[in-house]
Design a protein around this ligand. Structure first.
Ligand code: FAD
Length: 346
């Protein structure tokens, strides 16, 4: 019988992010379907306390590694912590959220445990065993595969499973220790730096993706460009809606051409074939044409809306649920007014 370990880490403040709660749902469902024993291991600041928050998950037993050595992400200590938990439970299958912390540390832990790892997993089936789904070749090919090697570590993407509903229940928690050599603690964490150099605009957990396109930089009906006005509208919308910011390639590349640009935008925001493929419940595209290399990055956006002055733009070719043929400057102004009234910030 498989022994399934759900491996989580806490955030700096001791909380569990939504992606961890989604991984919990996937681990519990998988364990139930294949009749496996289900265990829970948590690493990081406040790990012991966080087990209480999800004490209702039905794990057979709980174990944690916490303390200064594990309070910040660091490859060597995270790898040792994960390895200690895999060994502690003699886990044959490990499910973990595909966070940057685990994506960095778990391949090393898996190697040392003699196992195999699959990252960016987008689905788990249980037809006489475990099969995972994973995209290859920049999201063009979907593969279903299983493995015989154990332990098998599966890093699950966000937005695939429903987040587990937390109910606080006090549980018995074992404290596990990991073998840490002094050189494993040489790397010091000095804090966080946003990729954009300013405010963090990329929010994988946000329900809405807001995409801005190169139309914001073009001459408008009055024959002038309004880039600064566009920047203010976008910033305000992001603040009010909490949306994640995406961009077309043309808009982010304008910066390197020396044009007046929207300052909060970097290549990290680019969505599409040569950009990212984010996962959000809803997406709103503005001033973006909706060409195929861009829209391919919307593969996992469930509800799509676009605003474009051109009724024949790419979005009109069946790529969006609703196309508003309208001026995005006007639409955004109205949207901000409405959101502002709703949240008392008009
Ligand atoms: C190999 C390859 C890979 C690529 N990878 C990517 C990628 O990863 N991501 C990506 O985005 N692109 C990618 N591209 C580029 C892609 O083909 C398009 O060129 C790009 O997406 C166009 O960006 P855009 O729609 O913002 O700009 P434009 O094509 O210039 O469109 C601007 C749009 O804004 C509209 N508009 C202007 N003013 C307003 C207004 N006031 N209100 C409403 N609408 C307005 C216009 O009608 C127009 O439709 C790739 C291309 C190639 C060849």
């Amino acid at each position: 019988m498989e022994k399934l370990l759900l491996l989580l880490h806490t955030e700096d403040d001791g909380s569990l992010r939504r992606q961890s709660l989604e991984a919990l749902t996937s681990a519990k469902e998988t364990a139930e379907k294949i009749g496996a024993d289900f265990y829970l291991g948590i690493v990081g600041n406040g790990a012991k306390k966080s087990t209480e928050l999800i004490g209702n998950c039905g794990a057979k037993s709980f174990a944690v590694l916490e303390g200064n050595d594990f309070s910040v992400p660091r490859y060597s200590t995270d790898k040792s912590a994960a390895l200690a938990l895999i060994k502690h439970f003699a886990a044959t299958v490990v499910i973990a959220p595909n966070t940057s912390r685990w994506a960095r540390a778990l391949p090393g832990a898996t190697f040392q445990a003699g196992g195999r790892i699959d990252t960016r997993v987008t689905g788990i089936a249980t037809d006489g065993g475990i099969q995972i789904q994973r995209w290859y070749y920049r999201q063009r090919m979907l593969a279903t595969l299983s493995r015989t090697q154990r332990p098998w570590v599966i890093l699950i993407e966000s937005g695939i499973f429903k987040a587990w509903e937390k109910v606080s229940v006090q549980v018995n928690v074992e404290e596990v220790s990991a073998e840490l050599k002094p050189e494993m603690k040489r790397t010091e964490s000095k804090g966080y730096e946003n990729a954009s150099g300013g405010e963090q605009t990329i929010k994988p957990d946000a329900p809405i993706l807001f995409v801005a396109g190169a139309g914001y930089m073009k001459k408008q009906s009055d024959g002038k460009t309004h880039v600064k006005e566009a920047e203010e509208l976008i910033k305000k919308f992001l603040k009010l809606s909490g949306a994640s910011l995406g961009s077309s390639k043309s808009l982010v590349e304008a910066a390197s051409e020396g044009a007046e640009v929207i300052s909060i935008m970097t290549h990290m925001n680019q969505v599409g074939q040569t950009g990212s493929t984010p996962r959000h419940q809803k997406g709103l595209s503005t001033c973006c044409h909706g060409e195929e290399p861009h829209v391919i990055g919307w593969r996992f956006i469930n509800e799509r809306r676009a605003v474009n002055t051109d009724p024949n733009c790419g979005w009109a070719q069946g790529k969006t649920d609703v196309l508003y043929v309208a001026d995005a400057f006007e639409v955004m102004t109205k949207l901000n007014e409405k959101w502002g009234q709703k949240w008392g910030q008009a």
